[in-house]
Ligand binder design. Structure first.
Ligand SMILES: Nc1ncnc2c1ncn2[C@@H]1O[C@H](COP(=O)(O)OP(=O)(O)OP(=O)(O)O)[C@@H](O)[C@H]1O
Ligand SMILES: [Mg+2]
Length: 349
């Protein structure tokens, strides 16, 4: 099962529901074989974007192209797109094999070939042993593997997944994330994946687009978005971050609440702005340091997450990795911390 994925292009797409604007100037290029994720809070327009590509939603303005051909007016079934939804949507009265075979039957594929190709798809998701089971006899993870096999059995060059792991518990979700990535590499199809789980987006994607209120706020590789967020929204949405207010500017640098004066290049437009400093970029330091008081210490096994309070009353957090025997500072303890000014990101107001 190896194919060439298609390229996808959204051009200035606008979609409204009555007065409500669900997508606004939505533009995005996805390369053949790329794993692209739409990440954003509930209601940000992720499903609307996916459904407009699949053909379940008619767009008001703009265009959508697959391999350079406009599909905006093409009927859903002609678009030849595979889809996986959160709720599995298996046919309850068909067994596993018949579920997977369905898209091939629809396309009039010869009977002998249907069996062969359906079993191959089930082998890929390691469910060939359960071909005769009914959907209600499967676990959530197995159901989603069947849904995945059914979505790719006709070798679509585009595969769309809308929160496919949303109904599963954390351990299973993590295991299936690895599987999905592996299947996609095997198949070679282009994927657009929707999630509101930022950890999942970072783990799976070649690139991801962070959406808010129907528009893309930032698009880039996981490293781009994690290391160089362009806004407070992205800085807070991806990973955990301390967002601290800029209080003013001095000869030596920028005055930041909680951190004091930091020597970062002041940029115009940042008056009234914020800085972001990730918890893992702050460390305990006994030498030259910044004094703080521990307010909370949360044990995570391999790390301790501290909430500390600076002299000006600002609280922020840092993470200390931990070996067995590392002492944990109790609430009320005075400790010193340090951070590297290179790791501070300036954010516009
Ligand atoms: N058929 C509809 N009629 C009216 N409003 C709609 C319709 N479908 C979606 N919306 C609205 O459009 C906005 C975007 O919806 P969409 O389903 O794309 O969000 P989402 O990012 O997928 O959210 P979630 O994470 O909750 O699935 C929401 O505010 C939603 O209420
Ligand atoms: Mg949705």
């Amino acid at each position: 099962m190896a194919i060439r994925g298609a390229s996808i292009e959204f051009r200035e797409v606008r979609k409204t529901y009555g007065d409500f604007v669900a997508l606004e100037s939505f533009s995005m290029d996805v390369a053949p074989g790329e794993f692209m994720t739409l990440l954003g809070p509930s209601g940000s327009g992720k499903t609307t974007a996916l459904n407009s590509l699949a053909g379940f939603v008619d767009i008001n303005q703009g265009d959508i192209l697959i391999d350079g051909v406009s599909i905006a007016r093409m009927p859903t079934e002609k678009r030849n797109i595979g889809m996986v939804f959160q709720n599995y949507s298996l046919f309850p009265h068909r067994n596993v094999l018949a579920n997977v075979a369905f898209p091939l039957e629809m396309r009039g594929v010869a009977k002998s070939e249907i069996l062969n190709r359906s079993m191959k798809a089930l082998e890929m998701v390691r469910l060939d042993g359960l071909a005769k089971r009914m959907p209600h006899e499967l676990s959530g993870g197995q159901k989603q593997r069947v849904a995945f096999a059914r979505a790719v059995v006709f070798e679509p060059r585009v595969l769309l997944m809308d929160e496919p792991l949303g109904a599963l518990d954390l351990k299973l979700r993590e295991a299936l994330q690895i599987e999905i990535k592996q299947y996609q590499r095997e198949i070679g199809c282009t994927v657009i994946y929707v999630t509101h789980d930022q950890g999942e987006a970072l783990a799976l994607s070649d690139r991801l687009a962070v959406m808010e209120k129907g528009a893309i706020r930032q698009l880039g590789t996981p490293e781009d978005l994690y290391d160089r967020p362009n806004s407070r929204f992205v800085a807070e949405f991806i990973g955990s971050n301390n967002i601290l207010k800029i209080r003013g500017q001095t000869e030596e640098g920028v005055l930041v609440e909680g951190l004091g004066v930091v020597r970062i290049p002041a940029m115009s437009g940042h008056a009234g702005g914020f800085v972001a400093l990730r918890p893992e970029h702050i460390r305990r330091s006994s030498g030259e340091n910044w004094p703080v008081t521990v307010r909370q210490a949360v044990f995570f096994g391999d790390a301790v997450r501290y909430v500390v309070e600076a002299k000006d009353g600002t609280t922020f957090s840092f993470v200390e990795s931990r070996q067995p025997g590392t002492e944990i500072s109790a609430p009320g303890a005075s400790i010193g911390i340090a951070f590297d000014e290179d790791n501070i990101t300036l954010l516009p107001a």
